[in-house]
Design a protein around this ligand. Structure first.
Ligand code: ZN
Length: 163
């Protein structure tokens, strides 16, 4: 699947909730996981491949999973800053401050309710992906734009944990 490139206006749309979790959605999830792995990346939201629905996939090395219709139930007051990147903005990274712990509720690929308590790096990834569902990209949240820097393809591959 083709990953849209910023500033494609599609990336600014607010995505709609998934109404029915059927084989079509499961096939999309499978394709999104393959696309994420091939990129390579650690997260991919449906709007990034041109599907305006609330769904994303993540794989931090412990196996891929999908979250459908995610909602952030709680977030810590304590913030953390990671240098983020995005498959829609290849070649650049920048520091983003986000709550360090969050609880996300959603549905899995079979429509079962799931609750994810995430901290550290996973907390940042989940928030980055949920932002995509609301038309937000990470550079919107880099406070000091001079801190956005270019990186090489090789650097990106060696630092996959930078999203
Ligand atoms: Zn992204």
């Amino acid at each position: 699947m083709e990953i849209l490139r910023y500033p494609n206006p599609f990336l600014r749309k607010k995505a709609k909730a998934v109404k029915k979790i059927d084989e079509k959605i499961r096939k999309l999830i499978k394709n999104m996981i393959e696309t994420m792995h091939a990129a390579p990346g650690v997260g991919l939201a449906a709007p990034q491949i041109g599907e305006s629905i609330r769904l994303f996939v993540v794989d931090t090395g412990e196996g891929p999973f999908a979250v459908i219709n995610p909602k952030i139930k709680s977030k810590s007051k304590i913030m953390q800053t990671f240098e983020e990147g995005c498959l829609c903005l290849p070649g650049i990274v920048g520091p983003v401050s986000r709550p360090s712990k969050i609880t996300v509720e959603g549905l899995d690929r079979l429509g079962k309710k799931i609750t994810i308590e995430a901290d550290r790096y996973l907390a940042t990834i989940l928030q980055h992906e949920i932002d995509h569902l609301d038309g937000i990209v990470f550079i919107d949240k880099v406070k000091d734009k001079t801190q956005i820097r270019e990186v090489s393809k090789k650097f990106e591959e060696e630092n996959k944990e930078l999203l």
